[in-house]
Each structure stands twice: as C-alpha cells, then as structure tokens.
Design a protein around this ligand. Sequence first.
Ligand code: AHR
Length: 508
Amino acid sequence: MKNSILSVCLLMLMVANSMGQNLKAKIKIDIERRIGTVDKLLYGNFTEHLGRCIYGGIYEPASPEANADGFRKDVLTATQNLGVSVVRWPGGNFVSGYHWEDGIGPKANRPKRKDLAWGDIESNEVGTDEFMKFAKAAGVEPYFCVNMGTGSLDEARNWVEYCNAKPGLYYSDLRAKNGHPEPYRVKYWGLGNEMDGEWQIGHKNAEDYSKYALEAAKMMKWSDDSIKLIASGSSNYVRDWAEWDRTVLNSLHDYIDYISLHHYSGNQSHDHNKFMAVTLPVENAIRITEGIINEVRSKYKMKKPIYIAFDEYNVWYRAWNDQKLEEHYNMQDALVVALYLNVFVRNAHIVKMANMAQLVNVIAPMMITNGKLWMQPIYYPLQLFAQNCKGQSLQTLVQCDRYDAGDYKQVPYLDVTSVFNDASQEIIVNVVNRHESKAIETTLTNQVGKLASKALVSEVNSSGLVDENNEKEQKVKTTSKEMNLTGDTFSYVFSAHSFTQIRIKVKI
Ligand code: AHR
C-alpha cells in the first residue's frame, strides 16, 4: 500500500514537473564567423495569373481602393510595408501556356484565352506594361518567367527585346508605341516554371528541357547580356530528383546565374511536431543542390558563381484542390514560414533569392474579403525578416533539447539564425521555438564586441496554435518591447510556439 502511494506521488510529481518546467538552452553569437551576405532578394514574392491574385488582388479597377492604373492602393502599401524586394511574374504553372504578346497594346484588342493550368479565362488586361506599372508603384524589382512549355525560342528572346532594348528595333519600338520609350531593364528572367513536373503544360524530361532552355538562354543573353537567368530546377522530390538539377546544370552552366528550387509544406496529419520539422528536408535539398553546383563548377573550371533561387515556398495543403488556392493561415503556419526564412538565412552563401508564393489572396500573406484587405499570420514573420534581417549571416551555436517525430529525428526545439548588419552595427537573432506548450529559458552570449544596454524584442505569437486572422480581428501579429541588458550574456525566455526576433546594437 505504502509503495503504491509512493509511486502515485512520484508519478504526479513527474507529470507536474513536465508540465510546469521550462526547458533550457544556450545560444552563442560571433560576428566574426560569417557565412555570407543575406541578399535582399531573399525577401521576394510572387504573383501569378491564378484565382484572385492578379484580378481582384493587385488589380481591381472597379474598387474604391484602385489608383488611376487600376491597382489597389491598399495592396501596394501593404507590399511596401512588408518589405518585398522582388516579384516573380506571370507564373507559375500559368506561364507555360502564356504568350506575352497577348498582353500588350490596346486592351480592347487583347484576346481572351483559356488558361489550361488553372482553368480560368485570361482576359490579358494585365500584361507586361501593366505589371511594370505595378512594380514601379510597389517599389519592387520585376522578375519575369518565360514560357518553356508551349512558348517558342523567338518569343522568349523577343520579350527581352521588348523590355530591355533601346528604341530602334521592332519590339522596342512596339514598347515605345505602347507608351514606354525608356527600356524597362528587367534584370531577372526565369527559364520556365517547374519543368520537372508532369503537371506542367509542355513538361519535358531533363535532357529535352536542358537543350531547349539552353537555346533560349543563348538568344536571351545575346539580346541583352546584362540579364540574370534562372534555370528551372527541382520542384518534384521523387526518387533521383537531384538528377534533374545535375543535367540542367551540366547543360546550362555557362548561361545561368541561378537554379531554382520550389517547396510547399502542409500539416495533413495534424501533428504539430512533424509540421515543425518540414523544413529539414528543405535544408537538405539546398545542400544537395549546392553540392551539384560545386561539382559542375569544378568540372568546367568555372569562375562565375551559380546560386539557388528558392522562387516558390509556402504552406499549402488545405486549399490544395480548390482552384482558387485561398488558404487561410494560422499561427502554426506563421512558424513554418519563419522556419523557411531561417533556412534561407542560414544558407545565405548559396541561396540568393527566395519568393514566397504568392502575394495576395492566393496562398498569400494578404487577403481581401468583402473589399477589405487584411494580413494573414504569415505576413508577420516575413515582414520582420524583410525589414530588419540584413547583413552577414553568422554561424550560430545552439544547444537545446531535441525531439523525434516520425521520420524526422533529433529536431532541435529552437531553430536559430543570427545576422550582423555592418551598416547599422546591429546583431539580429531570429528564434523559432517549435515547442507546442513549453517556453525555453535561454542564455544568449555575444562573443565579439560589447552589446548595448537595450535590445528590441519582437514576437509573433498567439495564445492558440491554430488561431487565424480575419478582416475583423488580427489574433496573430507582432508585438514589440524593449529589454534592458547588462553585459554580453543575457537570459531570455522564448514563449511556447513563437517566433522571436531580437535586435541589439554592438560596439566593436
Ligand atoms: O503557386 C502555385 C503553383 O504551385 C504554381 O503555379 C506552381 O509553380 C506550383 O506548383
């Protein structure tokens, strides 16, 4: 009897302990251990002719929010506030059936076409000249993707001429006739979208894509040798997926500046711990692709670098079969977006562009319902990164507890990056606490230079893991506070299921 009472007491004590006690961790920051420069293009986005992204998203001439060109001012302002650097356009799967000449000249003459990727009718009301107006008003760099599905080599090359050549050639004169004598100087050009996927219009095998894209690349660069080209890399992580990248890199290495990767994740099994580990294979895919880039660069004794453009990423699973892709995001999804961004920052030496898919309404950080724009939970981590996380990515020592979840082994509860901004002499620490219910009491130590006496702490969180926002209420958002520091070691308790960004000035 005595023994059983004792074991019940012990059990109760263990349960109470496991519920109440914070976990502990250590983070060490060293501004001399530099990984690479965080490119501002890591904070890019993507707009596709799909559902309500272009029409009813960025462009809605009938809305009271529309400016003189038909673009929604609230979307333009929210894009600027988000800190978006580059926007990929016009697709996505859509681009593989898109003929850009349908979208220029008088609107009344533009053809209506059925888009075979998403089943919508494309009015071609927004084409090249309109998108450039949007990019200018939003203050973003345009990144065009050419049609490598049904498009011709001439079409690809002519589009570069239309956008970038001085007047005096057929297509640049056409641009001038359409009201734009000055070249647009579009710098970033994608050689097709997800050409490795059988779902793609005009899908090809690696050899056929590589041959075709090589000829397009040559002609596009001969039209304007200042452009940067992005080859269509892996999006389809089936067996031997990396062979696609190897073939593409072997063929296109002389012409391309980036190879793309795409990844979407979901919480289909409603398992928090597994969901918080979905970016582990993403980091692995980056390392594998980096290895192949190195292999090819060494084989051809190349001096020119080739980087990774992670030009589509996000959470997307609830609205997978819904043609409009109007995903409603929650707190967990915001954490996954912060995890993706940490992966890109941690690999800043090789990942030089990343584009959240997409900008508005369609798997997006902003949503319009009943004519009103509001911010989804995933808006906030991207905003904190895009506005503040600039400079040199640093190797960061992290000691914390780990967990296993299905195939994911030894996942650290804390996912951390740190960055040193030379210009503002500031350290930025980005921390995701993956733990569903426990705060993590952490000792942070700065190893070089003296920390200022104050830090700015911003946290994205909400009391409920599946809390969402809507047009009336922003349950998930950023809250910021100042924190006093004394010395180069300090303690901070990272709340359960949170993303925290700490910014501190440092004197060297
Ligand atoms: O972003 C939605 C779709 O996802 C894109 O059109 C395609 O490239 C990807 O499969």
